[in-house]
Design a protein around this ligand. Structure first.
Ligand code: KG4
Ligand code: ZN
Length: 383
Protein backbone atom coordinates (compact mmCIF):
# COMPACT_ATOMS: atom_id res chain seq x y z
CA UNK A 1 0.00 0.00 0.00
CA UNK A 2 1.46 3.34 -1.11
CA UNK A 3 0.51 6.34 1.00
CA UNK A 4 1.23 9.99 0.26
CA UNK A 5 2.03 11.92 3.44
CA UNK A 6 1.75 15.69 3.81
CA UNK A 7 3.19 17.68 6.73
CA UNK A 8 2.93 21.45 7.31
CA UNK A 9 2.37 21.76 11.07
CA UNK A 10 5.22 24.20 11.75
CA UNK A 11 8.02 25.47 9.52
CA UNK A 12 8.68 22.52 7.23
CA UNK A 13 6.71 21.89 4.05
CA UNK A 14 6.97 18.17 3.41
CA UNK A 15 5.53 15.42 1.23
CA UNK A 16 6.57 11.78 0.97
CA UNK A 17 5.43 8.46 -0.41
CA UNK A 18 5.86 5.42 1.85
CA UNK A 19 5.04 1.83 1.01
CA UNK A 20 3.53 -0.41 3.71
CA UNK A 21 4.51 1.95 6.53
CA UNK A 22 8.20 1.19 6.17
CA UNK A 23 9.75 1.74 2.79
CA UNK A 24 10.39 5.35 1.84
CA UNK A 25 9.84 5.82 -1.91
CA UNK A 26 10.35 9.57 -1.71
CA UNK A 27 10.80 12.13 1.04
CA UNK A 28 10.80 15.84 0.21
CA UNK A 29 11.28 18.43 2.96
CA UNK A 30 11.53 22.15 2.33
CA UNK A 31 12.65 23.85 5.51
CA UNK A 32 11.94 27.48 6.33
CA UNK A 33 14.70 27.58 8.96
CA UNK A 34 16.71 30.14 7.00
CA UNK A 35 13.69 32.42 6.89
CA UNK A 36 13.39 32.41 10.68
CA UNK A 37 17.02 32.42 11.76
CA UNK A 38 17.00 36.22 11.67
CA UNK A 39 13.93 36.39 13.95
CA UNK A 40 15.16 33.75 16.42
CA UNK A 41 11.90 31.83 16.04
CA UNK A 42 8.97 31.01 13.77
CA UNK A 43 6.62 33.81 12.66
CA UNK A 44 3.30 32.00 12.06
CA UNK A 45 2.02 34.26 9.26
CA UNK A 46 5.28 33.96 7.30
CA UNK A 47 5.28 30.19 7.83
CA UNK A 48 1.75 29.84 6.43
CA UNK A 49 2.57 31.95 3.39
CA UNK A 50 5.70 29.91 2.69
CA UNK A 51 3.74 26.65 2.95
CA UNK A 52 1.30 28.01 0.39
CA UNK A 53 4.12 28.73 -2.04
CA UNK A 54 5.92 25.42 -1.53
CA UNK A 55 3.19 22.83 -1.05
CA UNK A 56 2.27 22.07 -4.64
CA UNK A 57 5.82 21.72 -6.02
CA UNK A 58 6.79 19.66 -2.95
CA UNK A 59 3.95 17.18 -3.55
CA UNK A 60 4.71 17.01 -7.26
CA UNK A 61 8.35 16.29 -6.49
CA UNK A 62 7.40 13.57 -3.99
CA UNK A 63 5.44 11.76 -6.72
CA UNK A 64 8.15 12.32 -9.30
CA UNK A 65 10.96 11.14 -7.01
CA UNK A 66 8.96 7.98 -6.27
CA UNK A 67 8.37 7.48 -10.00
CA UNK A 68 4.64 7.33 -9.42
CA UNK A 69 1.46 8.92 -10.74
CA UNK A 70 -1.77 9.60 -8.85
CA UNK A 71 -3.21 6.27 -9.95
CA UNK A 72 -0.49 4.47 -7.96
CA UNK A 73 -1.38 6.23 -4.69
CA UNK A 74 -3.69 4.27 -2.37
CA UNK A 75 -4.33 6.93 0.28
CA UNK A 76 -3.47 10.45 1.40
CA UNK A 77 -2.48 11.31 4.96
CA UNK A 78 -1.97 14.75 6.46
CA UNK A 79 -1.03 16.32 9.80
CA UNK A 80 -4.16 18.03 11.13
CA UNK A 81 -3.17 18.64 14.78
CA UNK A 82 -1.37 20.05 16.79
CA UNK A 83 0.60 22.90 15.26
CA UNK A 84 0.34 26.45 13.98
CA UNK A 85 -3.17 27.19 12.80
CA UNK A 86 -2.27 28.80 9.46
CA UNK A 87 0.36 26.17 8.72
CA UNK A 88 -2.00 23.26 9.46
CA UNK A 89 -4.65 24.88 7.25
CA UNK A 90 -2.43 24.87 4.16
CA UNK A 91 -1.56 21.17 4.46
CA UNK A 92 -5.06 19.99 5.31
CA UNK A 93 -6.81 22.08 2.65
CA UNK A 94 -4.37 20.77 0.06
CA UNK A 95 -4.86 17.17 1.21
CA UNK A 96 -8.66 17.53 1.24
CA UNK A 97 -8.67 18.99 -2.27
CA UNK A 98 -6.39 16.27 -3.61
CA UNK A 99 -8.43 13.52 -1.93
CA UNK A 100 -11.61 14.82 -3.58
CA UNK A 101 -9.97 15.47 -6.93
CA UNK A 102 -8.27 12.08 -7.19
CA UNK A 103 -10.88 10.14 -5.22
CA UNK A 104 -8.47 8.85 -2.55
CA UNK A 105 -9.18 7.93 1.07
CA UNK A 106 -7.96 10.63 3.46
CA UNK A 107 -6.39 10.04 6.88
CA UNK A 108 -5.81 12.93 9.31
CA UNK A 109 -2.80 12.26 11.56
CA UNK A 110 -1.76 13.63 14.96
CA UNK A 111 1.73 15.13 14.76
CA UNK A 112 3.12 13.29 17.80
CA UNK A 113 1.82 9.99 16.49
CA UNK A 114 3.74 10.53 13.27
CA UNK A 115 6.94 11.35 15.20
CA UNK A 116 6.59 8.01 17.05
CA UNK A 117 6.01 6.11 13.79
CA UNK A 118 9.24 7.50 12.32
CA UNK A 119 10.74 4.59 14.26
CA UNK A 120 9.08 2.06 11.97
CA UNK A 121 10.44 3.64 8.81
CA UNK A 122 13.14 1.85 6.91
CA UNK A 123 13.85 -1.82 6.62
CA UNK A 124 16.87 -1.79 8.86
CA UNK A 125 19.14 -1.00 5.96
CA UNK A 126 17.85 2.18 4.41
CA UNK A 127 16.65 4.37 7.24
CA UNK A 128 14.57 4.37 10.35
CA UNK A 129 13.96 1.93 13.12
CA UNK A 130 17.20 0.87 14.66
CA UNK A 131 19.62 1.83 17.34
CA UNK A 132 22.09 4.31 16.04
CA UNK A 133 24.74 6.15 17.96
CA UNK A 134 25.94 8.66 15.38
CA UNK A 135 29.26 9.29 17.08
CA UNK A 136 30.23 5.68 16.72
CA UNK A 137 28.25 4.29 13.83
CA UNK A 138 28.01 5.16 10.20
CA UNK A 139 26.45 3.30 7.34
CA UNK A 140 28.31 2.01 4.33
CA UNK A 141 26.84 2.13 0.87
CA UNK A 142 25.20 -1.28 1.19
CA UNK A 143 23.20 -2.70 4.01
CA UNK A 144 25.21 -3.00 7.15
CA UNK A 145 26.55 -0.62 9.72
CA UNK A 146 30.19 0.23 9.85
CA UNK A 147 31.41 0.60 13.38
CA UNK A 148 34.06 3.20 12.94
CA UNK A 149 34.85 4.37 16.43
CA UNK A 150 38.00 3.18 18.17
CA UNK A 151 36.01 3.39 21.44
CA UNK A 152 33.50 0.84 20.31
CA UNK A 153 33.85 -2.61 21.80
CA UNK A 154 32.62 -5.90 20.41
CA UNK A 155 29.67 -6.03 22.73
CA UNK A 156 28.15 -2.88 21.35
CA UNK A 157 28.72 -4.16 17.85
CA UNK A 158 26.69 -7.29 18.61
CA UNK A 159 23.93 -5.35 20.25
CA UNK A 160 23.61 -3.03 17.28
CA UNK A 161 23.41 -5.94 14.89
CA UNK A 162 20.74 -7.56 16.98
CA UNK A 163 18.49 -4.50 16.82
CA UNK A 164 19.23 -2.98 13.47
CA UNK A 165 16.64 -4.81 11.40
CA UNK A 166 13.90 -5.02 14.00
CA UNK A 167 11.07 -2.66 14.81
CA UNK A 168 9.98 -1.66 18.33
CA UNK A 169 8.15 -4.33 20.33
CA UNK A 170 5.02 -3.73 22.47
CA UNK A 171 4.39 -2.74 25.15
CA UNK A 172 6.64 0.26 24.70
CA UNK A 173 7.30 3.67 26.15
CA UNK A 174 7.73 6.54 23.70
CA UNK A 175 9.58 9.67 24.78
CA UNK A 176 8.26 12.42 22.54
CA UNK A 177 10.64 15.37 22.69
CA UNK A 178 10.06 18.23 20.29
CA UNK A 179 9.80 21.99 20.16
CA UNK A 180 6.24 21.89 21.46
CA UNK A 181 5.99 18.68 23.49
CA UNK A 182 7.72 16.57 26.11
CA UNK A 183 5.73 13.46 26.93
CA UNK A 184 6.12 9.86 27.93
CA UNK A 185 3.52 7.78 26.12
CA UNK A 186 2.76 4.11 26.79
CA UNK A 187 1.64 1.97 23.88
CA UNK A 188 0.44 -1.59 24.40
CA UNK A 189 -0.33 -2.04 20.70
CA UNK A 190 -0.40 -0.10 17.43
CA UNK A 191 -2.42 3.11 17.47
CA UNK A 192 -3.05 2.93 21.22
CA UNK A 193 -1.66 5.77 23.34
CA UNK A 194 -1.67 6.52 27.05
CA UNK A 195 0.09 9.69 28.17
CA UNK A 196 1.81 8.87 31.47
CA UNK A 197 3.94 12.00 31.76
CA UNK A 198 4.00 15.47 30.26
CA UNK A 199 5.73 18.79 30.75
CA UNK A 200 4.10 21.18 33.18
CA UNK A 201 5.55 24.20 31.39
CA UNK A 202 8.12 24.45 28.56
CA UNK A 203 8.95 21.64 26.16
CA UNK A 204 12.54 20.43 26.15
CA UNK A 205 13.11 21.60 22.55
CA UNK A 206 11.73 25.01 23.48
CA UNK A 207 14.22 25.06 26.37
CA UNK A 208 17.10 24.33 23.96
CA UNK A 209 15.85 27.19 21.76
CA UNK A 210 15.53 29.65 24.68
CA UNK A 211 18.93 28.79 26.18
CA UNK A 212 20.49 29.18 22.73
CA UNK A 213 19.02 32.67 22.57
CA UNK A 214 20.54 33.59 25.96
CA UNK A 215 23.93 32.30 24.75
CA UNK A 216 23.70 34.14 21.42
CA UNK A 217 23.42 30.92 19.38
CA UNK A 218 21.16 30.74 16.30
CA UNK A 219 17.68 29.27 15.87
CA UNK A 220 16.91 26.38 16.06
CA UNK A 221 18.78 26.09 19.33
CA UNK A 222 19.10 22.29 19.56
CA UNK A 223 21.69 21.70 16.82
CA UNK A 224 23.51 24.96 17.70
CA UNK A 225 23.83 23.98 21.37
CA UNK A 226 24.96 20.46 20.46
CA UNK A 227 27.65 21.94 18.20
CA UNK A 228 28.88 24.50 20.76
CA UNK A 229 28.88 21.82 23.46
CA UNK A 230 31.49 19.80 21.56
CA UNK A 231 34.24 22.07 22.88
CA UNK A 232 32.66 22.69 26.28
CA UNK A 233 32.95 21.16 29.74
CA UNK A 234 29.62 19.50 30.67
CA UNK A 235 30.49 19.68 34.38
CA UNK A 236 31.59 23.33 34.48
CA UNK A 237 28.28 24.72 35.72
CA UNK A 238 25.98 22.90 38.10
CA UNK A 239 22.36 23.16 36.97
CA UNK A 240 19.71 21.60 39.21
CA UNK A 241 17.19 18.92 38.22
CA UNK A 242 13.61 20.08 38.82
CA UNK A 243 11.64 18.25 41.50
CA UNK A 244 8.52 17.12 39.68
CA UNK A 245 6.29 14.29 40.84
CA UNK A 246 5.60 11.15 38.85
CA UNK A 247 6.62 11.06 35.22
CA UNK A 248 5.96 14.71 34.49
CA UNK A 249 8.63 17.17 33.40
CA UNK A 250 9.40 20.84 33.91
CA UNK A 251 11.92 22.78 31.84
CA UNK A 252 11.24 26.45 32.50
CA UNK A 253 13.29 26.32 35.73
CA UNK A 254 16.29 24.92 33.86
CA UNK A 255 16.18 27.82 31.40
CA UNK A 256 16.08 30.29 34.32
CA UNK A 257 18.90 28.41 36.05
CA UNK A 258 21.07 28.93 32.95
CA UNK A 259 20.13 32.61 32.89
CA UNK A 260 21.09 33.04 36.56
CA UNK A 261 24.32 31.11 36.12
CA UNK A 262 25.29 33.33 33.17
CA UNK A 263 24.52 36.50 35.16
CA UNK A 264 26.52 35.12 38.08
CA UNK A 265 29.47 34.15 35.90
CA UNK A 266 29.54 37.64 34.37
CA UNK A 267 29.00 39.40 37.71
CA UNK A 268 25.99 41.18 36.27
CA UNK A 269 22.80 41.88 38.24
CA UNK A 270 19.50 40.06 37.62
CA UNK A 271 18.16 43.34 36.22
CA UNK A 272 20.72 43.29 33.38
CA UNK A 273 18.85 42.81 30.05
CA UNK A 274 19.05 39.12 29.15
CA UNK A 275 19.40 39.85 25.42
CA UNK A 276 22.70 41.66 26.13
CA UNK A 277 24.36 38.87 28.13
CA UNK A 278 25.64 37.14 24.99
CA UNK A 279 27.79 40.19 24.21
CA UNK A 280 29.81 39.59 27.39
CA UNK A 281 30.40 35.84 27.03
CA UNK A 282 33.63 34.40 25.65
CA UNK A 283 33.33 31.54 23.11
CA UNK A 284 34.66 29.14 25.77
CA UNK A 285 32.02 30.26 28.27
CA UNK A 286 29.32 29.75 25.60
CA UNK A 287 30.61 26.23 24.97
CA UNK A 288 30.78 25.41 28.67
CA UNK A 289 27.22 26.67 29.26
CA UNK A 290 25.98 24.80 26.18
CA UNK A 291 27.66 21.56 27.32
CA UNK A 292 26.48 21.89 30.94
CA UNK A 293 22.92 22.65 29.86
CA UNK A 294 22.78 19.87 27.28
CA UNK A 295 24.14 17.35 29.76
CA UNK A 296 21.56 18.35 32.39
CA UNK A 297 18.63 18.35 29.95
CA UNK A 298 19.56 14.88 28.65
CA UNK A 299 19.99 13.54 32.20
CA UNK A 300 16.58 14.91 33.23
CA UNK A 301 14.92 13.17 30.27
CA UNK A 302 16.65 9.86 30.85
CA UNK A 303 16.11 9.88 34.62
CA UNK A 304 12.34 10.22 34.13
CA UNK A 305 12.27 7.61 31.41
CA UNK A 306 14.16 5.17 33.64
CA UNK A 307 11.71 5.86 36.51
CA UNK A 308 8.84 5.08 34.15
CA UNK A 309 10.60 1.93 32.96
CA UNK A 310 10.85 0.73 36.58
CA UNK A 311 7.16 1.37 37.05
CA UNK A 312 6.22 -0.66 33.96
CA UNK A 313 8.40 -3.77 34.13
CA UNK A 314 6.69 -5.32 31.08
CA UNK A 315 8.07 -2.67 28.71
CA UNK A 316 10.01 -4.19 25.82
CA UNK A 317 11.17 -1.11 23.88
CA UNK A 318 11.89 2.56 24.40
CA UNK A 319 11.08 4.72 21.41
CA UNK A 320 12.53 8.22 21.05
CA UNK A 321 10.62 10.66 18.86
CA UNK A 322 10.68 14.32 17.81
CA UNK A 323 13.32 16.88 16.91
CA UNK A 324 15.32 16.55 20.14
CA UNK A 325 15.79 12.81 19.47
CA UNK A 326 18.45 13.87 16.94
CA UNK A 327 20.65 14.84 19.89
CA UNK A 328 23.86 12.85 19.82
CA UNK A 329 24.55 12.99 23.54
CA UNK A 330 21.06 11.63 24.21
CA UNK A 331 21.65 8.80 21.73
CA UNK A 332 24.96 8.00 23.34
CA UNK A 333 23.62 8.03 26.89
CA UNK A 334 20.60 5.88 25.90
CA UNK A 335 22.80 3.29 24.19
CA UNK A 336 22.54 0.81 27.07
CA UNK A 337 18.74 0.87 27.00
CA UNK A 338 16.49 -1.11 24.60
CA UNK A 339 16.18 2.15 22.69
CA UNK A 340 14.98 2.92 19.19
CA UNK A 341 15.81 6.21 17.52
CA UNK A 342 14.53 7.37 14.14
CA UNK A 343 17.16 7.95 11.51
CA UNK A 344 18.60 11.38 12.25
CA UNK A 345 17.15 12.65 8.99
CA UNK A 346 13.69 11.59 10.21
CA UNK A 347 13.88 13.01 13.75
CA UNK A 348 12.63 16.44 12.71
CA UNK A 349 9.42 17.20 10.89
CA UNK A 350 8.91 15.23 7.68
CA UNK A 351 6.03 13.62 5.81
CA UNK A 352 7.33 10.05 5.59
CA UNK A 353 6.42 9.60 9.25
CA UNK A 354 2.90 10.89 8.54
CA UNK A 355 2.43 8.23 5.85
CA UNK A 356 3.88 5.54 8.16
CA UNK A 357 1.46 6.49 10.95
CA UNK A 358 -1.47 6.34 8.52
CA UNK A 359 -0.47 2.85 7.39
CA UNK A 360 -0.60 1.54 10.97
CA UNK A 361 -3.95 3.28 11.52
CA UNK A 362 -5.35 1.56 8.45
CA UNK A 363 -3.92 -1.75 9.68
CA UNK A 364 -5.82 -1.37 12.93
CA UNK A 365 -9.09 -0.74 11.09
CA UNK A 366 -9.36 3.07 11.23
CA UNK A 367 -11.72 4.38 8.56
CA UNK A 368 -10.86 7.34 6.30
CA UNK A 369 -12.26 10.75 7.11
CA UNK A 370 -14.73 12.76 5.04
CA UNK A 371 -12.55 15.12 2.96
CA UNK A 372 -15.38 17.71 2.96
CA UNK A 373 -15.35 17.90 6.77
CA UNK A 374 -11.81 17.66 8.12
CA UNK A 375 -11.12 19.93 11.06
CA UNK A 376 -7.78 21.18 12.29
CA UNK A 377 -6.82 21.92 15.86
CA UNK A 378 -3.76 23.87 17.07
CA UNK A 379 -3.81 21.85 20.31
CA UNK A 380 -4.98 18.34 21.09
CA UNK A 381 -3.79 15.25 22.92
CA UNK A 382 -2.48 12.29 20.97
CA UNK A 383 -5.16 9.80 19.96
O1 KG4 B 1 9.95 17.78 16.08
P1 KG4 B 1 10.51 19.09 15.68
O2 KG4 B 1 11.31 19.17 14.43
O3 KG4 B 1 9.36 20.15 15.58
C1 KG4 B 1 8.31 20.16 16.49
O4 KG4 B 1 7.40 19.32 16.35
O5 KG4 B 1 8.40 20.99 17.43
O6 KG4 B 1 11.40 19.61 16.91
C2 KG4 B 1 12.05 20.81 16.86
C3 KG4 B 1 12.89 20.97 18.11
C4 KG4 B 1 13.53 22.35 18.24
O7 KG4 B 1 13.25 22.87 19.51
C5 KG4 B 1 15.00 22.08 18.04
O8 KG4 B 1 15.84 22.98 18.73
C6 KG4 B 1 15.14 20.67 18.57
O9 KG4 B 1 13.97 20.02 18.12
N1 KG4 B 1 16.32 19.96 18.07
C7 KG4 B 1 17.32 19.51 18.88
C8 KG4 B 1 18.30 18.95 18.02
N2 KG4 B 1 17.86 19.07 16.73
C9 KG4 B 1 16.65 19.70 16.78
N3 KG4 B 1 17.46 19.54 20.21
C10 KG4 B 1 18.59 19.02 20.72
N4 KG4 B 1 19.58 18.48 19.98
C11 KG4 B 1 19.47 18.43 18.63
N5 KG4 B 1 20.45 17.89 17.90
ZN1 ZN C 1 7.57 17.84 15.15
Amino acid sequence: MKILGIETSCDETAAAVVEDGQTILSNVVVSQINLFAAYGGVIPEIAARSHLEAIQPVIEKALKDANLTWSDIDAISVTHTPGLLGSLLIGTLTARTLAILHDKPLYPIHHLKSHIYANWLGDGSESGARIETPETVSRNSHESFVVSSPHNDGRERTRLKEFQSSTPAFPLLALVISGGHTQIIRMTKHNDFEIIGTTLDDAVGECFDKVAKILGLPYPGGPAIAEAAKTGNPHKYHLPHPKVKGFDFSFSGLKTAVLRAVQNELNLPISHPSHDLKNHLTPQQVSDFAASFQNTAVDILLAKLKDALKNYPDIKSLVFAGGVSANELLRKKAAKLPAFFPDKSLSGDNAAMVAAAAFFEIKTGVQPTDPYHLDISPRSAIS
